[in-house]
Structures are given as C-alpha cells and as structure tokens.
Design a protein around this ligand. Sequence first.
Ligand code: BTN
Length: 327
Amino acid sequence: MVTKDQLLIFLKKKRNTWISGEFVSNELSVSRAAIWKHIHSLKQEGYDIASSPKKGYRLGRDSERLLPKEIREGLDTKIFGKKDIAYFPEIDSTNTKARELADGGAAEGTVVVAEKQMAGRGRRGRSWLSPAGDGIYASLLLRPAMSPSVAPRITLMTAVAIAEALLSLVRIDLKIKWPNDILVNGRKLAGILTEISADMDTVNYIVVGLGVNVNTPPGHFSEELRNQATSIYIETGERLSRSRLTRAWLQQFEKYYEMFKKSDFAPIMHRWKQLSGFIGQKIMVDVVGQKHVGEVADIDEDGVLILKDDQGKYRRIFSGDIIPLQA
Ligand code: BTN
C-alpha cells in the first residue's frame, strides 16, 4: 500500500483527534516532509484535515466525502466502479455528465458521483433537490447489447439493488413504489432516473441515475417537501456513510445486472414484488392528467402496471404517478 493510503487509514482510526507529525512519521517510517506532502495531497483530494505546527494533524469528524477512493475501499465488483469513477464537488447533473461521457465513448461501468448538483433532474421534468454532502447523487453507464425495450427492466432492477443495499446497512421499513421510488413511512427516500440513447433496435447506452437522501436533516427540505420526503438520518437518527451505501449499491447492482444480462429476470421481478407489496393495492394513477382507479393486478417484466378497474377490465399503464387509496 502506498504511504498516502496508510496515512489516511491512520487518520481515520483517530478521526477528530490530533496526531503529531513525528508519531506518524515514525509509525510509517517516512520523513516528516513526506508526511506533510501526503497531507497536502489528501487535502487537495477533498479531505478535511487540520494541521497545526504544535499539535500535528487531525481529520475532521464530518469530513466524509463521496470520493472515488472511499467508494472503492473494499469494493468487490468487476465492472461498476472498478474502472472510472468521475467525482465532482459540484455539477449540474450527474446524469447529464454521464451522458456526455457516454457520447465521448466512456466504457460500461463508468460511475459519476457528485457532492452537490446544481440542476439535479427527476422524472417527468421535475427537479431533484441535491444539497452538498447530504445525499448520494450518482449515475452509472451501461452498454447492454440489447433492444431498447429492456430499459424499464433496468429501472426495476436499480430499485431492487438500492433497496437491498439499504436493507443491508440500516433498519428501515422501506417499500418500492412503482415504478422506481423508495419510500419509508410513505415519504420518498430515493428516486431513479433512467435515460437511454438507442437506435431502432439496439441500445447505444443507458444512464441510470440514483438520488438518495442520506444525511439530510429535516431543515434542509423545503416546507412543501417535508411531508413528502425523508432521509436515512431522519428515519434512524443516525448518519450513514454515503460511500459505504454507494459501494453496497454498486455491488448489488452488478449482481442483478449479471442476472439481467443472462435474461434471468424472474428472480429480480419476484424480489421487486416482495419489496413493493404493491400487488392487490387499490390505487389511483395519474397519467399526464388522466386519472384511473383500480386494483393493481400485476407488474409485468417490462415494468408495465396492469390495473384492474371496478368493471373487471384490465388496463396497461406504462408510466404515471400513483396515489394509494384506502381499501
Ligand atoms: C425521481 O424520482 O424523479 C428521480 C430522481 C433521480 C435523481 C438522480 S440524482 C443523480 C442523478 N442525476 C440527476 O440529475 N438525477 C439523478
């Protein structure tokens, strides 16, 4: 391991306490000048390290960044995050950036992450609130050699992957809301925006964007959003490392993507249904202003909602906003 990484491990173990330059240089068997150089470089990478001629160095408690190095620590994937993780302290939208990179020939598995988005985009032309350091704002680049009709499956798969990642790290009672929201206690914790570039019969690329409210305190949501949105911090009272959650998501995503590429979609759909508890629910769905009421009969493998109305007639709904109704 290079000394800079060893130094970082050292600082992390003693997070928020001062360690003298002399102590570190003895432990790592390098000169104090070399330590200073590595500290300087870590600061440039975005780590919040205080230095004092008398006390030495101290890594700040809240200095966690969504840095590629942090995400890769122990990352057990072959594609996602293994090659390129493009990191931005600030960007308009990670999806827009990922599309730019894709148009420039970037490889499948490229990940784009940002601490803050200035113009985070949601579904149906909405915006996605993306304050600095609170959430995960990340996009993945996929190049499946398949027909464009697979795109909705990728969205369902992404929802299952982030749900599994969340359940592996925190105790929350989450639900997937069709097509791709993650809700806790009826409030939105995460959303997915899938964008596709394709010819008539082949995918050129797909960008999957994920936004998760991780450490957002209630005060960071507007009055209007406060009833509709939540964060892991609000639900559990504890902060969660965003890089840890991103890593868990990449691992889950890759696992499901491998299944998807082998056309083994049934287990993914099965898990989606389990996590949504959606089948049999009475709902109203708003399809660009047209409202339909009925019971959810099924979700097919392309993510199409099959709604059964009071007359027993079935309707296929491709996209829309759901309002659950009391039974
Ligand atoms: C939605 O629920 O409406 C989808 C929200 C998706 C937000 C994410 S944040 C990272 C990526 N970049 C964007 O501009 N949007 C997605």
